[in-house]
Write a protein that binds this ligand. Structure first.
Ligand code: B12
Ligand code: SF4
Length: 644
């Protein structure tokens, strides 16, 4: 439903900040832009800073800068005995920057033939990671842990908010991209004459980069209306215990969009066109400078109102992938919506947002339009409903659409061998599934609605049809015993030939999960808080904060080695911690880990043996890249295989 462009329409710039997957464009900004265009606005400029800044970093001038900076950092390190061992090790891992090597690695990763030669592929990934090590070394050495992800820098990921928004810290973590910001991004913002500038923050790893870019934009173009949105913004809003923390974190933004953004973004454009501020708009949280905050009216989009994402403006040539590969979101929320660990997106009262899905006619139209730009499509959803996806597959086969697709599905009995074969004929090459656990008692506690036997039957059908299965699970669910955790490991090991890529992570509890809301039901006791909560607990007991900087951590560890009781080592029942924190301690988010136990170490050891990946928390996985029909590779450059 394209309409005429309004003559006084606003000029907008939308940005994907680092650090995230460099293999394909994320799709949220395309969704926003396509919606705004359907309302008559001109196309926004979309800049993927994540991938542009990476490419810029090995241009001759930027590479020369890196070499000089790195030499300076190394020299300084030699004369700094207080430098933590971790930083020292990271500097040793950073070799001399080799721009030619990274350039040829990029060429290989974009080559539709050589990409599929696994050894060459692996070598190219290593070269890209080596380059990222050098880049990271001029920020916080080791910050690009395993490529395109942010290393263990809890001060940026878990707060307190003063550390997350600290300008000096932000500048340092952004230092690797300073030449790109200075030479390319800031001049473009200055000369662009943008009325509205939007930043996407999907992953927590993007946050410190987004906050710094926001500061740079603020300085370069003070009159632009600056907006942030994405799942990390929604998480910050959801988990902030004090609204002042949220406001402080996003102080450089005029507004943030909490939750789904299509209508909210267009409402912002409308308001700016009228010369007003978007006051009282659903999902739009205004900076306090625009007046006292009222309750935020929340909106979940009607999928019928959302046009197909139009990827025509995307430069696919910049991604580290041999084929254009896109994400498409034909459902939102989850039809099951019961799993007790799950806390997805902007939800209230249930594990995910309300369930909505496009029907197969609409999906076919969308996919036909998308396939003009990319024939590799990943259904980027909480879950797809089996009957709809089967009808979709029938239509793809009937209409002979030439696509390769992957999706997140639930491990339902529904997936018989015949049905899986139909999926495969329609171009389905991979599915990601949350098997969660190989133990029935734990599956019941999770309320997963599956049994290990049935899961085995389903993945057997998928595998037999030639669909690669990505298995996602975790150990450490409350009350899980060592033997029960072993069941998950054994399940993966015993069925090794049935899955292509898999991982077991550690259970992480977030406050929106049913487990956190009804802890007694899960027999929770002896839980140990995570870093941010450590800090809160410390304050509670008057011992001062656990320092978040590496030097402070080092001191903390030393104290531990000397046999003194380390800070935050006290164990409390979870209810008590939550209750006390809710009584007014200012931490950004409450994340509680189960106490470390031998299962975790054992899992890491077995993971290493099985060569499976590791995921953190809920469900997850590395993105799957375009694959030839019979070989499916998990190819995220930033993927970690095992941290221990
Ligand atoms: C599908 C999915 C995946 C897929 C595909 C991901 C992808 N496309 O890159 C796979 C399985 C590969 C995946 C992997 C991971 N994922 Co994931 N994933 C999701 C899921 C279920 C849906 C995301 C989606 O496509 N939504 C549809 C799009 C259109 O919506 P959206 O991105 O939210 O954008 C809307 C709004 O946020 C807003 N908006 C967004 N940007 C902006 C900007 C502006 C200016 C405005 C105004 C509005 C706005 O408007 C958009 C349109 O409505 C979400 C959970 C959820 N329901 O949100 C988790 C989620 C995004 N994933 C998460 C995580 C942690 C991961 C992993 C890191 C897990 C791991 N440990 O390996 C990896 C990282 C992969 C990577 N890219 O590096 C977390 C992120 C948490 C965080 N804040 O850091 C989430 C939120 C799940 C959770 N735990 O709650 N994931
Ligand atoms: S874990 Fe998956 S199946 Fe369970 S409620 Fe969440 S999205 Fe749905």
């Amino acid at each position: 439903m394209m309409v005429n462009v309004q003559p006084d329409a606003q000029k907008a710039l939308l940005i994907y900040p680092p650090i995230t997957d460099p293999t394909s464009p994320y799709h949220s900004l395309t969704y926003l832009d396509s919606y705004a265009r359907s309302c008559g606005y001109p196309a926004a400029d979309i800049i993927d800073v994540n991938v542009e800044a990476f490419h810029y970093s090995y241009t001759p001038a930027a590479a020369a800068w890196l070499e000089t900076e790195l030499a300076g950092v190394r020299a300084e390190a030699q004369h700094n005995p207080a430098l933590p061992a971790g930083a020292r090790a990271a500097l040793l891992r950073a070799a001399r920057p080799d721009p030619d090597a990274v350039r040829s690695a990029v060429v290989l990763l974009q080559d539709p033939v050589r990409f599929y030669d696994y050894d060459s592929y692996q070598q190219a990934v290593d070269q890209v990671q080596a380059w990222m090590n050098c880049l990271g070394a001029v920020g916080f050495p080791g910050q690009f842990d395993g490529g395109f992800r942010l290393g263990p820098l809890p001060q940026f990921l878990q707060g307190p908010v003063a550390a997350m928004a600290d300008p000096q810290g932000l500048e340092q973590v952004n230092r690797p991209f300073a030449p790109y910001y200075e030479d390319i991004l800031v001049p473009r913002v200055r000369s662009g004459g943008y009325d509205v500038i939007g930043l996407n923050i999907t992953y927590a790893w993007q946050l410190p980069f987004a906050l710094n870019i926001a500061r740079l934009i603020r300085r370069a173009d003070p009159s632009a209306f600056l907006v942030g949105g994405g799942t990390e913004v929604a998480s910050a809003w959801k988990y902030a215990l004090d609204p002042a923390d949220y406001a402080q974190l996003f102080d450089d933004f005029d507004a943030t969009v909490v939750g789904e953004g299509e209508a909210a973004y267009t409402a912002i454009l409308d308001a700016r066109r009228r010369g007003t501020i978007p006051e009282g708009e659903q999902n739009v949280h205004l900076h306090p400078k625009y007046g006292a905050r009222r309750a935020l009216p929340i909106r979940y989009e009607r999928l019928a109102d959302i046009p197909a994402p139009d990827f025509s403006g995307i430069d696919f040539g910049q991604y580290l992938s041999p084929e254009p590969f896109v994400y498409y979101a034909p459902t939102r929320g989850c039809y099951w919506n019961k799993c007790t660990f799950c806390d997805y997106g902007l939800n209230s009262g249930s594990p995910t947002s309300p369930w909505r899905q496009s029907q197969e006619d609409r999906m076919i139209d969308d996919v036909r339009a998308i396939a003009k730009h990319a024939k590799f499509i990943y259904f980027s959803v909480d879950v797809l409903a089996p009957a709809t996806i089967l009808r979709f597959a029938e239509r793809v086969v009937e209409e002979r659409l030439d696509i390769r697709w992957g999706a997140e599905v639930r491990l339902e009995k529904y997936w018989s061998r015949e049905r899986c074969e139909l999926l495969r004929r329609s171009g389905c090459v991979t599915v990601s599934v949350g098997f969660e656990s190989g133990n029935q008692r734990i599956l019941d506690l999770i309320d997963k609605g599956t049994t290990p036997a049935q899961v085995k039957q389903t993945i057997t059908a998928m595998h037999a049809a030639g669909i690669a299965v990505q298995m996602m699970g975790f150990t450490g669910f409350p009350t899980e015993t060592f033997a029960e955790a072993r069941d998950s490991i054994d399940f993966l090991a015993d069925n090794r030939e049935l899955w292509t890529f898999g991982g077991l992570g550690s259970f992480v509890l977030t406050p929106g999960a049913i487990v956190a809301k009804e802890p007694a039901r899960f027999g929770i006791a002896n839980m140990r808080p995570d870093h941010a909560v450590h800090a809160a607990v410390e304050r509670l007991f008057g011992k001062g904060l656990i320092p978040f900087d590496p030097v402070g951590r080092h001191a903390h560890d030393r104290r531990h080695r000397r046999g003194e009781r380390p800070c935050g080592e006290n164990l409390f029942p979870v209810e008590q911690i939550l209750q006390r924190i809710l009584q007014g301690l200012h931490v950004k988010r409450v994340v509680l880990h189960l106490e470390d136990d031998p299962v975790v170490r054992r899992r890491a050891e077995l993971n290493r043996r099985l060569r499976v990946g590791v995921r953190e928390g809920g469900k997850s996985g590395a993105p799957l890249l375009p694959c030839p029909d019979d070989v499916v590779q998990a190819t995220c450059v930033g993927h970690v295989s095992c941290p221990l």
